[in-house]
Design a protein around this ligand. Structure first.
Ligand code: GUN
Length: 286
């Protein structure tokens, strides 16, 4: 039996979320309140980071936020970056602080993340926010897993009782994704590079979230017919094209619904960053 999976349109969902956020920001500013302030720090010249940061700035401005990108040279010292973060922590006009990763090797990433005020940590990378999320008390939610959850809920209004397999155990995607799925009452398995028989693990999965960073890693034959597939991978192929972690052409004939790459989870990530910035604003300023 071959069919055609429903294609989950992340671009449209992200546009709708941004429109919602823009409406909320406009309501704030027309009532005389300040716009939420998002401050992004980019250290060095990593080409992919420059593109991401440019998109974050553009979209933040489009929804009416006060967005500032602070571009610092690759030689910036750790102390200088920490001083910058401390200044943002102390500035009441700053609602969200995002330090773009990766950082140059001479800077201790953990130290920088831990220096960010958890109330302004819109990436949700600070250990306090990671702990709150694990405890089910998270107000700020990591952007990519939040985007993936919002797309899942478009297809599956109730996730309760479903079997979900998250492939990948990174702190940014895999682990928080598993937390969110558990909180949505899924039965969750986290698979990773040491998992013994992934096709066997996937056989019962109603939901597959692929976050491994290897193009076309998940084969169509591994997917349970009718499953919902969320592909978090964004891999650059030698020909310059983007590919997800799932063999999309194969999966399309087996899955019930699937996110494309590009145009799936990717666009949701920045929209969710803006959502977190607004959440941080409301938590701090009411
Ligand atoms: N680099 C790639 N993705 C991200 C992200 O979501 N946040 C930060 N801070 N850096 C990144």
């Amino acid at each position: 039996m071959t069919g055609q999976a429903r294609i989950i349109d992340g671009k449209a969902a992200a546009a709708a979320l941004r429109a919602e956020i823009a409406t909320e920001v406009a309501a704030l500013t027309t009532s005389g309140r300040p716009a939420p302030g998002l401050h992004v720090v980019l250290v060095g010249e990593d080409p992919a980071s420059r593109v991401y940061v440019g998109s974050k700035e553009k979209q933040a401005v489009e929804v009416g936020m006060a967005s500032v990108v602070h571009r610092m040279p690759a030689e910036t010292g750790e102390a200088e970056l920490l001083a910058k973060v401390a200044a943002f922590n102390a500035d009441p006009a700053v609602d969200g602080i995002l330090v773009q990763l990766p950082l140059p090797k001479h800077i201790d990433v953990d130290k920088v993340i831990e220096a960010i005020d958890p109330a302004k940590d819109v990436d949700c990378f600070h250990p306090v926010n990671v702990g709150r999320l694990a405890a089910g008390q998270g107000k700020l939610i990591p952007c990519t897993p939040l985007g993936a959850m919002l797309l899942l809920k478009q297809v599956l209004p109730s996730l309760a009782g479903l079997e979900a397999v998250v492939i990948g155990r990174s702190g940014i995607v895999g682990r928080p994704m598993a937390q969110l799925l558990v909180q949505a009452d899924c039965t969750v398995t986290i698979a990773h590079s040491r998992t013994r028989d992934l096709p066997e693990v996937l056989r019962r999965a109603d939901i597959v979230v692929a976050a491994v960073g290897r193009p076309h890693f998940v084969k169509g034959a591994w997917i349970k017919p009718g499953a919902t597939v969320i592909d978090v991978g964004i891999n650059r192929l030698p020909d310059g094209k983007l590919a997800g972690d799932v063999d999309y052409a194969e999966a399309l004939t087996v899955a019930g619904a699937i996110t494309p790459v590009p145009g799936g989870v990717g666009p949701m990530t920045i929209a969710c960053l803006l959502r977190n910035t607004l959440t941080a604003y409301r938590e701090r300023r009411g």
